[in-house]
Design a protein around this ligand. Structure first.
Ligand SMILES: [Ca+2]
Ligand SMILES: [Ca+2]
Length: 424
């Protein structure tokens, strides 16, 4: 079936309506309305064309009538005008032919429109069927709409929930914005603080390096101190041992000192006795000097106003006994304090005890008159050496030098006493 441009469109809709029932109801109704409008317009156009043709026919007949009426009068008036009219008539005839052709064409068109109208009527019948089908579909759609309403209600509720959620999210976003701003401020502060920390870190690194150097130096010092401590510990232990030994020795010396003090008291008493005796003898000697010429007692030898007694040949004794003999003879062991006196004292015997000892205090040499040895004396080379506790002094004739020897040894001895008119 063909209806020109509009007909193809309608056919497309028709075929679509048949094949695709799922198109919307509104679209189908609209298509039906458009088709009806087009049918109405076609009918109106056909009617109008028929009317125009009839009008043209009437006009033409009127014009012929008029021309016929005027032709008699005009033939008489002017042959030239007649020619013009003839031309006009020809033109009118041509126009009439044209109009007739047009009328024929319109007739054909009317027939075509009539045929089209019939086709449209058929199509309308088809559309009526479609409408019924669409009504059924509309009912189905109504039902679907009810379901959609329920769905819409649910969706509305869900939408409200989503709105609430959106509101909550907006609030949360606002809170997050505030938090972000605070974090920005905090970040700025932290950046500044980081700068400060970096500077501080640099300073700490320098300090750490200095401390590392110092620590290395301290380690070396510590090791040195360990060695020193070890040595000092050894020294301390040694000193402790020495101290203990010295304490023992000190205690022994205290006992010895106590004994010596007692002995010194005894000796001091003896000395006082002897001194008293010496004074008496001195007085007697002075008395004798008044009556006699200068001389020593028999057995004594005068030298530089001092009298010396040599022990008899072959007789020997300890230092103490030798001194006791001298004291008994009114003198004491000889005290050769000069080279001249030493020579004189030494020549009496090959060896002789003299009145010098360190019996009271080791190393402190003292004459028997209680005075200390104040000069270097006349010691042999290497003496005094206290070899085997030597506290008493002897001289030899061969060397004319002093030597310390054990007091218990037995030697000859030399005594000394005041000389005539002099003092010891
Ligand atoms: Ca000694
Ligand atoms: Ca000696």
């Amino acid at each position: 079936m063909s209806f020109g441009g509009d007909s193809r469109y309608l056919m497309t809709i028709d075929d679509g309506g048949k094949n695709e029932r799922s198109l919307s109801l509104v679209w189908r109704i609209g298509a039906a309305v458009v088709c009806l409008v087009l049918l109405l317009l076609t009918v109106i156009l056909v009617a109008h064309n028929t009317s125009a043709i009839n009008s043209w026919d009437a006009k033409y007949e009127d014009l012929i009538s008029n021309l016929t009426k005027d032709r008699g009068t005009r033939d008489k008036q002017d042959k030239t005008e007649s020619s013009s009219l003839t031309q006009t008539r020809d033109i009118a005839s041509v126009e009439r032919d044209a109009l007739r052709n047009e009328r024929e064409a319109l007739k054909e068109e009317r027939e075509a429109l009539t045929s089209e109208r019939n086709q449209l009527q058929n199509y309308s019948s088809s559309l009526t069927k479609d409408r019924d089908a669409l009504k059924d579909e509309r009912e189905a759609l109504k039902e679907e709409r009810g379901q959609l309403k329920i769905y819409s209600s649910n969706m509305t509720k869900e939408r409200d929930d989503l709105r609430d959620e959106r509101k909550a999210l907006r609030d949360e976003r606002a809170a997050l914005k505030n938090e972000r701003d605070q974090l920005k401020i905090q970040s700025s502060n932290l950046t500044e603080y980081k700068g400060v920390l970096k500077e501080e870190q640099g300073a700490i690194k320098d300090e750490r390096d200095a401390l590392a150097i110092e620590r290395a130096a301290l380690k070396v010092e510590r090791n040195n101190l360990k060695v020193l401590t070890f040595n000092l510990t050894k020294d301390r232990d040694t000193l402790i041992d020495e101290r203990d030994a010295l304490r023992i020795e000190r205690n022994q010396l205290k006992i010895h000192s106590s004994n010596l003090t007692k002995e010194m008291g005894i000796l001091q008493s003896k000395y006082n006795t002897v001194a008293l005796r010496r004074d008496r003898l001195q007085e007697e000697l002075n008395r004798l000097n008044l009556n006699q010429t200068a001389s020593c007692l028999p057995g004594w030898n005068l030298h530089n106003n001092k009298c010396y007694y040599y022990s008899p040949k072959g007789k020997t004794d300890t230092w103490e006994n030798s001194r006791a003999d001298c004291l008994a003879r009114g003198g004491d062991l000889a005290m050769p304090k000069t080279q001249d006196e030493l020579v004189f004292v030494s020549k009496g015997n090959s060896y002789s005890w003299i009145g010098l000892s360190d019996k009271l205090q080791e190393g402190v040499w003292q004459w028997v008159d209680g005075t200390d040895l104040e000069d270097l004396g006349f010691w042999k080379e290497g003496e005094p050496n206290d070899q085997g506790s030597e506290d008493c002094v002897e001289v030899s004739r061969s060397q004319v030098k002093w030597n310390d020897a054990p007091c218990r040894n037995k030697f000859p001895w030399t005594c000394e006493a005041f000389g005539p008119g002099g003092s010891n």
